[in-house]
Ligand binder design. Sequence first.
Ligand SMILES: NC(=O)c1ccc[n+]([C@@H]2O[C@H](COP(=O)([O-])OP(=O)(O)OC[C@H]3O[C@@H](n4cnc5c(N)ncnc54)[C@H](O)[C@@H]3O)[C@@H](O)[C@H]2O)c1
Length: 343
Amino acid sequence: MEKKEKVRIGIIGCGQIVRLRHAPEMAALSDGEIAGFYDFVPEHARELAEKYGGKVYDSYEDMLKDETVDGVIICTSNNSHAPISVEALKHDKCVLCEKPMCVSLEEAEEILKAEKESKGFYMAAHNQRFSLGHRKAREIIESGIMGKVLSFKCTLAHPGPERYSINRSSSTWYLKKSASGLGCISDLGIHKCDVLSYMLGERFVSVGAFAGTRDKKDENGNYVDIKDNAVCILKTESGILGSLLLSYTNYGGRMENGEVIYCEKGVIRAQYYPDCVLEVKFDEGETIRYMNKENPTSGVPEAFVKAIAAGGESPVKSEAAQEAMKVVCAIAESADTGKIIEL
Ligand SMILES: NC(=O)c1ccc[n+]([C@@H]2O[C@H](COP(=O)([O-])OP(=O)(O)OC[C@H]3O[C@@H](n4cnc5c(N)ncnc54)[C@H](O)[C@@H]3O)[C@@H](O)[C@H]2O)c1
């Protein structure tokens, strides 16, 4: 890929995550600019074009045909991630796609195949890898000062996507299997399966899970067809044992979004949100607090734009996203079959 002074990015899907993260972070970059927006609800795209500049495209195909566009950020419902990513790669665009990568392992294969034949690259928007706390935790584990990692526990629990998606109601696509895929297992689980593997520097090889629809109801008052809670056990290739709780029903409390990593020489506690916290407590008593404030930005659009500008490689590769998809699909399979799944 050749170098670029100013990278032009189109944004597809103009809901909550674009409003909170991608559009403001893109607009703040000196080496990137927003070419325009597309959403199948045109009003959503118009609102953002008015605020951040750029044109409103009539379709994502029109955006992909625009030769001035170097890359696209895909922030639509999960079921459309793979078809749009594949189409964008066919048009030689670089792709930054929100998580989860897709809704099936077959779709993940299609994305990797399209990327091999493309001049563009695929980046997964696995923002938790960019958190200062998680990066530091990875560095500490890699350095060996905590000794061997033995086990972990991890939680990602909030009160449900109907409280933050642009459609603030129980009819949101997040609560429908046809659009979401695996519900909280992939929506929340993909973050943690990816970032745990990133921090530990190891693949997961074995998973088991219980999952259920404990509380969420649709617009007609019936239980939704996705899982709203999952409790998982995981094992890595060197034998690290961990638990993972994923929940859409953390009512009344603060979001829980963090990890406790138990090592030979002490404990590492990481929290991603609301504040980025990293605390290392050694067995002998010393406690080091590395940070205790919000991450300044997600760092994701910046990494995407910088990689395109430099003519470089994807900062979060498709293979890593595919690996995380394999783990969440195994969690879902274990919950369905009652069996431990080997990866
Ligand atoms: N990385 C993170 O921390 C994080 C956080 C929130 C959401 N997300 C991901 O971002 C994506 C969007 O989430 P959101 O909360 O913004 O959802 P949202 O419901 O608030 O917004 C989605 C927008 O996309 C549009 N849309 C949906 N499908 C489309 C399609 N096929 N073509 C064109 N427009 C389409 C909708 O009209 C809506 O404006 C999801 O995949 C979600 O998992 C990631």
